[in-house]
Design a protein around this ligand. Structure first.
Ligand SMILES: [Zn+2]
Length: 424
């Protein structure tokens, strides 16, 4: 489509960590997966929101990724993703990122010029009638109103994505990069038919999109399993893959365009569905995770005991005391039943092993508590405020922390999402 794209592996898994200490532990998981024939490119991602909360600089993720890659002699592709950036936040990431996730969700539904709407309808009128997309279970009924509805809802957002894309292309001055368009952090999910016309709008805007992150039906809460109708997810996810393939042909989008699943950590009930759909349709996949590396740090620290356990308990206590403040930035992506949370005094009575078993995402463990887990997930700000006390503890208890980070990524993510029959 043009020369600004960079190669993105067929399978990629977004990782990253709040405090930038787990680069090698994470990369080791990808290396071990490759030994098993599971070839997945690591994409270090960190959202602008996380940078602000932790107080890290733009260059930190690049430094972490490069350091891990050189320490381990990693010879395969990897990327650094400026995650959920907007026109006002993109510039600082330009020198350090080769993957940009353009977040235009806040422009969904913004006013669209009448002329733009007319042009959109005129260009796509050829799809009116019964639209049969290969692989999609049923033909889609499309009329002019369908096009107008999608246009009014998404054209301003896609125009904004175009502005951000052109800004990056200008500043990157000929260096290739990967463009993701994310419309996931919004209330209303997109249906496969909407996705088709959104991709049309992206192509009309001249964006060489390589990954697209829609909002799927159901709840994708951070760090815990999916909540929703599995049958509906199965059907829509499969349809989305077919829509993407068809849109690539119809609209001349990059041939490697693939779906991106955000808040992808720990969606254990979806992994077999995603894996089999990707395999069946011979599609690529990007799955974005990051947040649960921090939880593995807390689990490791708790298990280590001593100062590690003291820190874990303090983070929990602050989480309860500062509940509203810590949860506010994540209100759309967490669901905590506050009244069921154990009191900090009770938690102080738990052993390190009990604390760890409560937080670790093992649904067959009787102590597992997803309320506690979600609260700790948003509690990383408290650890950030501890400064070197926290990072020194990570260093002091390096071995146990790294073991949990590695195991979580390899056993609970890389293998179930990309392993088995879906490997290539
Ligand atoms: Zn997202």
């Amino acid at each position: 489509m043009n020369t600004t794209t960079a190669d993105l592996s067929r399978y990629s898994l977004g990782c990253g960590d709040r405090f930038g200490r787990e680069g090698e532990a994470q990369l080791q998981a990808y290396a071990d997966a490759r030994e098993l024939g599971i070839e997945v490119a690591p994409v270090w991602n960190k959202s602008h929101r996380e940078h602000k909360t932790v107080g890290t600089g733009y260059r930190s993720v690049r430094e972490e990724a490069d350091a891990a890659v050189s320490a381990m002699g990693w010879q395969h592709p990897y990327h650094v993703d400026a995650d959920h950036i907007r026109i006002d936040t993109v510039d600082g990431y330009i020198p350090y990122s080769d993957f940009f996730t353009l977040d235009v969700a806040d422009k969904i539904g913004a006013p669209v010029e009448a002329d733009d709407e007319e042009a959109f309808v005129r260009d796509l009128r050829r799809y009116c009638g019964s639209l049969a997309i290969p692989g999609v279970s049923e033909p889609i009924a499309v009329n002019e109103e369908t096009l107008r509805t999608v246009g009014r809802r998404y054209l301003a957002a896609i125009a904004e994505a175009g502005r951000i894309y052109r800004r990056i292309a200008e500043l990157k001055a000929g260096t290739g990069f990967i463009t993701e368009v994310s419309i996931d952090e919004t209330e209303q999910p997109q249906t496969p038919e909407e996705l088709f016309f959104i991709l049309a709008a992206i192509a009309r805007e001249g964006i060489p999109v390589q990954t697209i992150a829609p909002k799927f039906f159901g709840r994708f809460n951070k760090g815990v399993d999916y909540v929703g109708d599995l049958e509906r997810f199965t059907r829509e996810f499969s349809d989305d893959l077919c829509v993407i393939r068809f849109a690539v042909k119809e609209f001349g989008l990059p041939a490697d365009l693939k779906i991106s699943v955000h808040s992808g950590s720990d969606k254990f009930s979806l992994y077999p569905i995603i894996r089999s759909a990707v395999q069946q349709h011979d599609s690529g996949l990007h799955l974005k995770t990051a947040g649960t590396t921090w939880l593995e740090e807390i689990i490791g620290l708790a298990e280590a005991g001593g100062e590690g356990l003291a820190i874990a308990r303090e983070v929990y206590r602050a989480g309860v005391n500062r509940f509203d403040e810590l949860c506010a930035p994540y209100s759309a992506v967490i669901d905590i039943q506050r009244e069921t949370l154990p009191s900090p005094d009770e938690v102080d009575g738990w052993s390190g092993a009990e604390f760890a078993r409560t937080v670790r995402h093992n649904q067959s463990e009787s102590r597992y508590n997803k309320q506690v887990r979600q609260l700790l997930h948003v509690g990383y700000k408290v650890a950030a405020e501890m400064g070197t006390r926290y990072t020194d503890a990570l260093q002091h208890y390096r071995e146990i922390v790294a073991r949990h980070v590695h195991e979580n990524l390899l056993e609970r993510h890389l293998k179930p999402v990309f392993g088995g029959d879906a490997r290539r």
